[in-house]
Every structure is written in C-alpha cells, then in structure tokens.
Design a protein around this ligand. Sequence first.
Ligand code: FES
Ligand SMILES: [Fe+2]
Length: 377
Amino acid sequence: MEPFEDFAHTGPDTLAGQFIRRFWQPVMVSEDLEPMRPQRIQVLGQYFTAYRGEDGRPHLVQDACPHRQTQLYLGWVEDDCIRCFYHGWKFDGEGTCVEQPAENESFKDKVRIEGYPVRDYLGFVFAFLGEGEAPVFPLFPEVDETTDTVTYNCHPVPCNYFQRVENDLDEVHLHFVHRVSTDEIGLSQLPEIDVAERDYGILRKGRRADDGNNVTRTAHIMMPNVLFTVTPASAADPDWNLHIAWRVPIDDETMASFILAVRKGGGEGLVRRPPTDPDPNDITEEVLAGRLRVQDLDPGYRGLFNVQDNVALAGQGRIVDRSLDRLGASDKGVILLRQLWEREMKAIHEGHPIKDWRRPKTSFLDIQSREMELVKS
Ligand code: FES
Ligand SMILES: [Fe+2]
C-alpha cells in the first residue's frame, strides 16, 4: 500500500494524521474540563495535557514535561500556566517556560513545550493540532443563530474513525442497519445515491422513488471528518433535525463522535445530552461476542441507533482491510471519499498544497432548501 492510501493511521508522522491536523477538531466536552483540574487526553493517537486556567480559558499543551518526562497533567494550574509536579517547571498555554525554580535564570529561555490554539465552542473544546498558523475557526451560524434547543454529546465508538466517516457516505445502510427505526419515518426504501465534490467536501443525496415524506435526504460531508445533515420532516417527526457530527480518532482503533443536534422548538439553548443507559458500547460488545442479537434489542432503547452502527462498523474489524472490499454502484460516496482523501494525502506526501477546503458563505440550510427544490422540480 502506498502511504497516501493509508487512511486508518493518524499518528503525527502519518499522511492521514497530517491531513486531519490541518483542520480544527473537537477534543473534549467543555464542561468536563473544570478550572484548575488538568487532564490527560488522547486525540489522533497522541496524548496531550488539557487544562483550564483561573480565568476559565482552556489550554492544551504537550503531554510530558521536557525536563524528565513526568506527565504535566499531574501538576498544578497557576493563573493560566501549568506547573510540573516533579520539579516545578512552569509553562504558559503557548508553551513558553516561565519558571524553573531550581535552575539558573537563563536556562528557561532555552526550553519550550508545544502549546496548541484552543477555544470553547458549542459545548466542545476545539484545538488546532497542526503545524504553523491555525486556519480560520469554522463557525456554524446554523447553530449559533438558532433559538431552538441544541444538544451536544460525545461518545466513543469502538473502531477506526475512517470506518465511521465512510458510513456517513453510505445511505444504503439505513435500510438494513436501522430498519427497525427507519420504517416508521419513511426511510425504508432503498435510495438512489448521488454524490459530488463541493468546496467544503462532498454533497450526498439519496433519492427515494415514493412520494411520501423523506423522499430525499441530503448530507454534507465537510472535509475531513464532519457530517452535516438535515433530516426532512416526516409524519412521525414533524420538526426537522439538524445534526452535526465530528468523527475524531482517539487512537487508531477507537474514535469519538462529537455530536450537535438542533431540534425545532424547545428553546432551551445549549444542553448536554445525558449518557445513554445501558451504554451502547457495552451492548455492542455483547453483540459482537455472540451473546446478544441486535434484532432482539428493544426498539424503544435510546442507544439503538448507536448500537446498530457500532455493530456494523466494529463488525468489520477494528481497522478494516480495504484491499478486500468489492465496491459497487451504491458505494459511490465511499469511492469519492477515498479518492479525495488519497488526492489530498498524495499532495501532502509530495509537498504540494492541498485544496483550500472551506464551508459555504451561505447557510447549509439554504443549500439544503435549494437542493430540495431541485429535486421537486
Ligand atoms: S520532570 Fe517536570 S520539572 Fe522535572
Ligand atoms: Fe447509521
């Protein structure tokens, strides 16, 4: 396999890892990062120290102290700096060493750590983990400007992130994987798939022949790993649902889905969605061990959608061997996704610039309505 064909591995030295690191990524839930209580987090196979200073601003710096490698999260937060637990070296959020209690004054100017740009947004801490200057932070006016309820949550998924991203391009799976739930909302018919490259990534359309509700679903895959969907209204679910999901690698065999959902009505602002009980990952494990069948799960179980996807995706293996795939016409989306990633990774490999991926200036909701009009006419 050429290095630019390997989408699965995302450490700092890999091409896929370098591609993802060119974009801001959510790395944790904001409220889980309490002031003065640093945490060790793992993203893209790399560990980091996350902390919130006395003023409430989040910071993200490297994992290990450059003195003798003690993990920095064990230390103390002082103002907006972190002090190492072992010998008290102190660093600010940009990575400057501001104090070395037992050293000569001049030594600290020779020592730095990695500090990453971070910001809180819509319930998550976002970070730019790449090299050089951070790109413009991608805002979502579709969510910022809503007066409806916005829920957010983050949950781990037991497989490589790229399997999850590919699934976002795969509308046919709804008909099988989610058949219990989709029958009711009119998505049970097999769709005809249409995909196209756009400035932001991929526009995906699934048209259904009947003229009931949910005839066509449109989704936008924002490069490299964000799904933006608006589920059209249906008889069972009259208020549209806006859904944004970031598929972020934790390591190469586990990923986290960071999910935002806007639902018309409610007006409760930004609310954290409580964890599902029982945990969908526990149920997934039982299914994959052959002790439970998805088909026997309670259709009213709130984690059913997650379990259904998890089982299909982790059932491919933690990291799927794509060389064994036999792709067909309904895999158009997956094929285009792989082509675009390969093109971009090859550019990085050869030292060329990648495409300037950017979200549309207008709202995705306008694009959505336009696409729906085109379908109707
Ligand atoms: S290991 Fe951090 S100050 Fe010594
Ligand atoms: Fe699914």
